[in-house]
Design a protein around this ligand. Structure first.
Ligand SMILES: *Cc1c(COP(=O)(O)O)cnc(C)c1O
Length: 413
């Protein structure tokens, strides 16, 4: 197999070799637990504290405010449930929006079942939350606002500073899910003025299964995990020492190259968008054109299923020897024809929501990779469209079908 092109870096990234190298020692001979008092364990403790400082430096935080977790899912659950429970006496109302990641929406649903009230704000056609909607939604009993920094599917970057100035004034905590932004664009907790911030190692070339929650000093939050006294008694469980060391290393590396990478990837992103718009009819860019992650391209291709494109590109063929891995916001395999809640929140008509594909780029990708993937995409899209029962011929039928009636996955794959 020729070298694959991995354009699914919003899902996960390749752990950087230097990060892997930094973890080795802590996977092998130096296996002591940081919780023990003899010298063997205290080396691990020192390594963890160094990583805490490295991560704090990346996001402009005080190292005392960094708490290691198993990733952004845990951090998000902790932020939402932990604040909800700590402030249950004050009020039981939380504000978020309809285009959030499931690791935000699901804890909110869970709390709803337990008697909390959640406001899910709408987003505009670009996926942006309107700060004045946040202002209007805040009530006496609101305890938390949780808004993503950058959307994982469409790359839209939210106006967090504006939202923060509102939550500050109203005395409501602001949590920011920064899983997609940390290591990719500047993230500074002081500039963002947030109270809590989630991040994840494997989204920026660090290891999987490790992340952190930033908790500004003085913020009231209950633990999610109870047990031992780790992380100042706020997050129990033996530390993932290799993972934490790797996360620290990833933070150091991200800081070093951030500005150059933003410039390089933004240019590559814009090149891809330009080529798509030049070479294909009936497509639509999803998300904001400029308030957008440097590594995200998301388009809808009318008349074909995103999933058919994704699968077709993933198999090498005679003409396209390199498999191309992308993702889609529309998944037939899951047994439902419902496109992603994020695309629906943008107000996309069904036929466009079904045809979405996402390219998410990494520090390893070159213009040559992008051009190869584009050429493969053009070919696949042409072929699928020529077989599509809905493109041009049946487009009307498809648009009326709420659950994608007329958008026959089988026929297009
Ligand atoms: C990946 C991701 C998560 C989940 O992070 P894990 O560390 O894999 O649990 C949450 N939110 C967003 C926006 C993400 O992109």
């Amino acid at each position: 197999m020729d070298k694959a092109i991995f354009f699914d870096n919003a899902a996960t990234t390749r752990t950087d070799p230097e990060v892997l190298e930094s973890m080795k020692e802590w996977q092998g001979d130096n296996f002591g637990s940081p919780a023990t008092l003899y010298a063997f364990g205290s080396q691990a403790k020192q390594a963890i504290e160094q990583a805490r400082q490295q991560l704090a430096d990346l996001i402009g935080a005080d190292q005392k405010d960094i708490f290691f977790t198993s990733g952004a899912t845990e951090s998000n659950n902790w932020a939402i449930k932990g604040v909800a429970e700590a402030l249950a006496e004050k009020g039981r109302h939380i504000i978020t929006d309809q285009a959030e990641h499931h690791s935000i929406l699901m804890p909110c649903r869970y709390l709803e079942k337990k008697g909390w009230e959640i406001t899910y704000l709408p987003v505009d056609a670009y996926g942006l939350v309107n700060p004045s909607d946040v202002e209007q939604a805040i009530r006496e009993d609101t305890v938390l606002v949780s808004i993503v920094h950058a959307n994982h599917e469409i790359g839209t970057i939210q106006p967090i500073e504006e939202i923060a100035s509102i939550t500050r004034e109203k005395g409501v905590y602001l949590h920011v899910n920064a899983a997609q932004s940390v290591g990719h664009i500047p993230v500074d907790v002081t500039a963002l003025s947030c109270d809590l911030l989630s991040l994840s190692g494997h989204k920026f070339y660090g290891p999987k299964g490790v992340g952190a929650l930033y908790i500004r000093r003085g913020v009231r939050i209950d633990p999610l995990l109870h047990g031992g006294g780790q992380e100042k008694k706020r997050r129990a469980g033996t530390h993932n020492v290799p993972g934490i060391v790797g996360l620290g290393k990833a933070a150091v590396m991200a800081r070093k190259n951030l500005d150059a990478e933003i410039e390089r990837l933004s240019a590559l992103r814009d090149h891809i968008i330009e080529q798509l718009e030049k070479n294909m009819d009936d497509i639509r860019l999803n998300g904001h054109r400029t308030h957008r992650l440097p590594n995200n391209v998301n388009i809808s291709i009318e008349g074909i299923e995103g999933e058919s494109i994704m699968l077709s590109l993933s198999y090498p063929t005679a003409e396209n020897a390199r498999p191309v891995f992308i993702s889609t916001g529309s998944a037939c395999v899951s047994g439902t024809l419902e496109p992603s809640h994020i695309l629906l929140a943008l107000g996309l008509p069904a036929e466009l929501a079904h045809g979405s594909v996402r390219f998410s780029l990494s520090r390893h990708d070159t213009r040559e990779d992008a051009d190869y993937a584009l050429k493969a995409l053009f070919e696949v899209a042409d072929r699928l469209r020529s077989m599509s029962p809905v493109y041009k011929r049946g487009a009307k039928q498809c648009a009326t079908g709420k659950s994608g009636e007329g958008c026959d996955c089988e026929a297009a794959s």
